[in-house]
Design a protein. Sequence first.
Length: 156
Amino acid sequence: MYETTYESPIGKLLIVTGGEGLAEISFIGEPDEGRFFSEKPTSLSDDCARQLDEYFSGHREKFDISLDLKGTPFQLSVWRTLLLIPFGVTWSYGEVARHIGKPSASRAVGGANHRNPVSIIVPCHRVVGSDGGLTGYGGGLWRKEWLIAHERKIRS
């Protein structure tokens, strides 16, 4: 596992790459304590940074990067579904639950969303409450609001 940092308009990000692809993007200050990955940019982390640059500058709506996601089968199904939410669009937790065939699992979807290891790329920020209101986001609600507004501005 290798890690590097990326300066984004919404704060510094930690990018972690593994043998299979991108394993994590998290906001600095939130990664697990006691990790000892090598601080080393890789071609994958460089590609991720380039795609993030394009996203933040309004020139990329979909990411094309290999992912190395680790989670339960339920979490993986939720994260795969998040990748289907169109750029600039939000779905409710209930909509995600219905999409994975578990219509009563909206709270469990929220838990899986909270554990998404690859912020922004796997767009958990596009999931909102049933009334359209913003709910929890690991990076802080202000970042979720910023990301949604950024995408809607570009899409319009």
